[in-house]
Design a protein around this ligand. Structure first.
Ligand code: PLP
Length: 646
């Protein structure tokens, strides 16, 4: 991925007394990435809205606390999912109406993007009015589709299919489903032909073409000549010949083309569709009875809110995407005198990302700037004295020199400590002095013009950020942050009426050095820190990570045996009310242990024996044993994350 410029870090200063909730909204860009679903209330709380009704996420957190549901929790807002389905279908409908396209739109949701029953069932139920179906890539996903959808909705089967897969799909067709087998490899075609004859079912067949158009963005390897998926022109000809031979060419009714996921540049989409249309036209000429053109996924989410062709943004809006699709199809098919097919898309990310928010609390904070400069003890080492002397010449003109000196003496002091010339208390004084100097230098640099800033100060700023220790596992809940450097909008969900005057990186509860977030979304570039409010022990401070509905949930792993989080689904009602519709309790410790083949009962039995041994050895009483065993057993039944006492 290309290196992006990093915005200059603003050093922490006293909070701005004039600061408003609107300033926070602007700082975190919530209007830029929130897609009208999220905002900040005048009293400084993040809101979620649909149906012209607005609720505060903090109230949801309170409601969870009252129900004994601890942080971290994944919040699903069902009406946002519904609203996205409406927007997608209505945007296509209005593009079709305004451009005079004579086919219809019928979308499918790719199950792999978020397979959770709650999500898929909601899409199937709410999407029914649009005939919105499912795209599946495996037998388990097909099973879900067949048992969840109504027969008016499409099922599109991608992926490699064995005989059992094909039998299932043919039987779905017998029941009245429009269940398409998209041929991905030449080996599956003979199975489709043979099984449809054996079961006397006329199959619905599609072909997946390998797009030759290169697409920019993170997933560029999945498109173009290097794509692993789809058939080449030669292979398509072979499919056509084999179907003609089997007298089944009329069953070839769908052309499939998936350009990739999260395509940020609208020009790539136009180019890819243009190419798909060429294949469509030629297959019609070959005698196929095509009636559906499936353009796959790719509709991007503007995670960063930058509205650019950056990987994690997009330079188009939903209505523009739909108009471009319909426009290209209308032109090409009219030019070629071909009947307008049903347009299918497989938008996954764009359908589900907005509806989930990961909520968590802050557990602890490390701040590196010290408030008090320690007094010099009588026996202070001269090197520490040298550090103190820097204060006398600290000024913007000599900032580079001060930095060099501070680094020099800090290193010298560390060396002295290593050789036993200094004790721990002296080292501690030196550390405090150094950090205080660093802080002052950082503030001076923040006030300078860019061209005055000495070159190596970027690296120097590093120790100034606070570390906020937060209650979730990156590996479980945000695997793409770790694996592919995905950016998600992150912000506190309350206290926004005051200025977030600290800069922090987030360290997750796994304490793995990879379990951190140190890349955030700035106004126009990545930033290394997140603006946050000052945290003190005892503070309840909640942060949300937004737009996490796509791809995060089932890719997560059990790093350090942190399990699934609690999940809460709400529905926003009129008049600013909401209701809890479902709650799913996260994994217990016992469940997580059994995933990795421990038997919690056996662990309990062994621990009981150890405790009994301690009774025998006179270390504890039998009563104490009981208490110790209860603690152990309660813990096994509890949540894997940091729980608030009480
Ligand atoms: C993953 C995938 C999708 C979903 O793509 P999004 O960019 O999330 O919309 C659609 N179709 C196929 C074939 C896929 O593999």
């Amino acid at each position: 991925m290309a290196q992006e410029p990093t915005e200059l870090l603003a050093t922490a200063q006293a909070p701005d007394a004039e600061w408003t909730a609107g300033d926070s909204a602007d700082l975190y860009g919530i209007e830029r990435w929130g897609n009208d679903y999220f905002g900040v209330s005048p009293d400084g709380c993040v809101t979620a809205r649909t149906l012209n009704s607005e609720i505060q996420l903090l109230d949801v957190v309170k409601g969870m606390q009252e129900r004994g549901l601890q942080m971290p929790a994944l919040l699903r807002i069902e009406n946002i999912l519904d609203a996205q389905l409406v927007r997608l279908n209505e945007a296509f409908k209005s593009a079709i109406d305004s451009l005079g396209y004579r086919g219809r739109y019928q979308g499918v949701y790719p199950v792999k993007v978020n397979q959770q029953a709650q999500i898929v069932e909601e899409i199937a139920a709410f999407g029914e009015r649009y005939g919105h179906g499912l795209e599946v890539g495996s037998k388990p996903e097909l099973i879900v589709a067949m048992a969840t959808l109504n027969t008016g909705s499409l099922i599109v089967c991608n992926g490699y299919k064995d005989q059992e897969f094909i039998d299932l799909g043919l039987q779905a067709t017998q029941l009245g489903f429009k269940c398409f087998f998209v041929i991905e490899t030449l080996t599956e075609l003979p199975i489709v032909i043979e099984r449809s004859r054996a079961l006397s079912v006329a199959p619905l067949i599609g072909v997946r073409v390998k797009s030759t158009a290169g697409v920019s963005g993170h997933w560029q390897g999945t498109s173009g000549d290097r794509s692993m998926f789809g058939l080449t022109a030669t292979q398509i000809v072979e499919v056509v010949d084999a179907l003609r031979e089997a007298e089944m060419l009329d069953r070839l009714q769908l052309l499939h083309c998936h350009l990739g996921s999260q395509i940020p540049d609208i020009r790539d989409i136009r180019g890819g569709i243009m190419e798909a249309c060429r294949f469509y036209v030629d297959l019609i000429r070959e005698g196929a009875s095509l009636a559906y053109i499936d353009l796959g996924g790719g509709l991007a989410i503007d995670y960063t809110g930058w509205s650019t062709a950056h990987d994690q943004s997009r330079n188009y809006r939903l209505d523009e995407y739909c108009e471009d699709v319909v426009d290209v199809l209308t032109r090409v098919f009219d030019e070629q005198g071909i009947e307008h097919p049903t347009i299918v898309t497989e938008s996954g990310r764009a359908t589900v990302a907005y509806s989930s928010v990961l909520l968590f609390n802050v557990l602890d904070v490390t701040q590196f700037d010290t408030a008090r400069i320690p007094q010099a003890p009588d026996n202070e080492h001269p090197s520490i004295g040298r550090l103190r002397e820097i204060y006398a010449y600290l000024s913007p003109e000599r900032v580079q020199e001060c930095l060099n000196d501070a680094n020099y003496y800090r290193n010298e002091i560390r060396e002295l400590y290593r050789y036993g010339q200094l004790d721990l208390r002296q080292l501690s004084i030196a550390e405090s002095l150094y950090l205080d100097l660093a802080h002052r230098i950082g503030s001076m640099v923040a006030d300078m013009d860019d061209d005055e800033v000495p070159a190596d100060l970027d690296q120097f700023k590093q120790p100034l950020e606070d570390i906020y220790y937060v209650n979730f596992s990156l590996f479980q809940s945000l695997p793409d942050v770790w694996a592919i450097d995905q950016l998600f909008p992150i912000m506190p969900i309350h206290r926004l009426g005051t200025q977030p005057d600290r800069q922090a990186v987030l360290a997750d509860i796994t304490c793995d050095c990879d379990g951190k977030i140190d890349s955030f979304i700035g106004k126009s570039a990545r930033t290394k820190t997140l603006p946050v409010h000052r945290w003190q022990p005892g503070d309840e401070y909640y942060i949300g990570i937004f737009l996490v509905g796509a791809y995060q949930e089932t890719l997560g792993d059990l790093h350090n045996l942190f399990g699934d989080t609690n999940v809460v689904s709400i529905r926003i009602l009129k008049d600013g009310e909401f209701e809890f519709v479902r709650e799913l309790h996260g994994d217990t410790i016992g469940e997580v242990l059994s995933y990795v083949e421990y038997d919690p009962k056996e662990l309990q039995r062994r621990y009981r024996n150890t405790a009994e041994q301690a009774v025998r050895n006179g270390l504890i009483t039998a009563r104490q044993r009981q208490h110790i065993i209860n603690t152990f057993n309660d813990c096994i039944q509890g949540y894997t994350y940091h729980e608030q006492a009480g």
